[in-house]
Design a binder for this molecule. Structure first.
Ligand code: ASP
Length: 273
């Protein structure tokens, strides 16, 4: 991608977000910061909103590729969704995950290492397939690394690059970046490494793309052209050349869906004189 170009990095097109293909169903997303909240079981904090999006009797493709122990992860997911009468089929346990996706009513991408997840999605041919199916109305749910996949790129993950994907280009279901597990700096800390806001500010020196810092316990819910902040902890929104702002639970953030992201665009302060 050339400097200053807009749209998907590496993709070369200018589509900021997946568009519906053919039928009239709208994009339905649930992008969770985390899967486990303190004192609660796996996904328990989000069971209500998951049930709204995935009705009883649904068949859900679970994508456990971010984990090193996919058998165990798939079993945990099946247990967590059993009270909602959702049948979980794990992508790692079927011969053809792309074909399985076509037979499912929803997809859920779980957390773990985002680099491992993206590389596996690329190898399975699921990046383009998920983009296509979700644009046509298949509900997409993600937690953590799975939420990172819904962004245009991997560039605002907290993870280490333990493996090398073909590119950082993710599924791109929304036109902005999310930083999951967003952590406010602790003023009493003596830690000398970058704080999370500093890392996000660094991203913004090279990319003109809003970053939504989702705190633990919060999520972004997208339904068509409407996006709202769910959960209890709120979020922090970072934009280039603006002060970060606080978003309370329930905030309407639909304007983020019409952003045109600009990657690899150094801010003026970084340009050589
Ligand atoms: N490692 C995280 C998770 O999936 C993703 C992240 O922090 O970017 O839990």
């Amino acid at each position: 991608m050339r400097p200053g170009q807009t749209g998907r990095p590496g993709g070369g097109d200018n589509l900021p977000v997946a568009e519906p293909l053919g039928d009239h169903r709208v994009t339905e997303l649930l992008l969770l910061s985390n899967s486990v909240s303190p004192g609660m079981g796996f996904l328990e904090h989000a069971r209500g909103v998951i049930g709204e999006l995935v009705p009883p009797g649904s068949r859900l493709l679970f994508i456990p590729y971010a984990s090193a122990d996919q058998d165990r992860y798939a079993a945990v997911m099946a247990d967590a969704l059993a009270p909602l009468a959702i049948t979980v089929v794990s992508a790692h346990a079927v011969a053809d995950p792309v074909a399985e996706l076509a037979a499912c009513d929803a997809a859920f991408c779980g957390g773990g290492n985002s680099f491992r997840l993206l590389r596996a999605l690329q190898r399975a041919g699921l990046v383009a397939e998920l983009r296509h199916r979700v644009a046509a109305g298949l509900p997409y749910l993600g937690a953590s690394a799975g939420t990172n996949m819904a962004c245009p790129t991997l560039r605002t993950t907290n993870d280490m690059p333990i493996v090398q994907p073909d590119s950082f280009e993710a599924i791109g279901l929304i036109p902005v970046q999310i930083n999951p597990h967003y952590l406010d700096p602790d003023p009493a800390s003596s830690h000398e490494g970058e704080t999370r806001p500093q890392r996000i500010a660094e991203f913004l020196t090279e990319n003109d793309v809003p970053v939504l810092g989702l705190r633990e316990g919060s999520w972004l819910r997208v339904s068509g052209r409407r996006a709202t902040l769910g959960g209890t902890a709120g979020a922090r929104l970072f934009r280039r050349a603006q002060d970060a702002c606080e978003l309370p639970p329930g905030a309407d953030v639909s304007d983020l869906l019409s952003v045109r992201p600009r990657f690899d665009t150094p801010s003026s302060g970084d340009r050589p004189a």
